[in-house]
Design a protein around this ligand. Sequence first.
Ligand SMILES: Nc1ncnc2c1ncn2[C@@H]1O[C@H](COP(=O)(O)OP(=O)(O)OP(=O)(O)O)[C@@H](O)[C@H]1O
Length: 307
Amino acid sequence: MPVIHASGLTKTYRFHRSRVGLGGAITDLFRRRYDTRVAVADLDLRIDEGEFVGLLGRNGAGKTTTLKMFSGLLRPSAGALDVLGHQPSARRFEYLRQIAVVLGSKSMLWWDVSTRASLDLHQAIYDLPRPMYAESVDQLAGLLELSDVIDIPVRQLSLGQRMKCELAVALVHQPKLLFLDEPTIGLDVVSKAAVRRFLAKINSEYGITVVLTSHDMDDVSELCRRLVLIDHGSLQFDGTPDELVRQTRPRKRITLTYAGPPGQVELEVDREDTQRVLAEAAGRGELLDLEVRDADLDDVMQAVMGA
Ligand SMILES: Nc1ncnc2c1ncn2[C@@H]1O[C@H](COP(=O)(O)OP(=O)(O)OP(=O)(O)O)[C@@H](O)[C@H]1O
């Protein structure tokens, strides 16, 4: 049974287009001009329980809009969308109770109070039974190593500590489905690694289905077993990271370092030619070093974004 099933999902924004100059601004007050933009076009997608899916694409591709429709923040303009048996835009409590949304660039925490106060508020909002709530807070505080920060006002926390607290608050009601938009944006390498470890664990051990958007290819390659690539709101690719790499950059990269001239040489060769090229290279001079590698996700995304 799919957790998310979208068919022909489309979102068109209607927005006000300003006229230029003071005269234009005054005219705008009386006669507004509107334009439309298709942010997501005819998207068909099925995501099953327990998956960890990366939603990728360049800026403006339609990732956030898609996540917002999945989570019920935006109403689709056309198409059908079923998430956990609900129509998200109806925003029914039984649906919202089963999902969580974490936006890296927007905080759900109150700045002037501690994370514990935000957690207590969520207990009240979701009407969580006391024992379940206590167990949930203990579990999340343990997994996210929050004991030193949970009672400190949020404004005094570092960005990394704050993101861990965001995750705790988002997950305290034990949702089945988590939507993450750029969860590691701005974090240092240590905090990124901690957040990724946590996300991998809640997916593999607690079975939470995760849909993530990120421009950080380390997030994507470490966490996502499936990638969905969208461009101009349309589906461009749906498969594993390895399939995306093979499809976009099928060639091997060889770096040869010779003792004498020409020094270091970089080559891109077809897979089936690798052995022949290496044998030929070895006969051309004394080799100090030799490296053969596949393109990685970073190379691939650069190729895709630049296309
Ligand atoms: N409220 C809005 N009104 C009008 N156009 C919008 C609105 N929100 C987004 N758009 C447009 O819709 C398109 C998709 O935007 P969206 O934010 O979904 O892309 P994205 O893939 O998440 O981009 P990014 O990687 O920069 O976050 C863009 O062209 C954007 O300008």
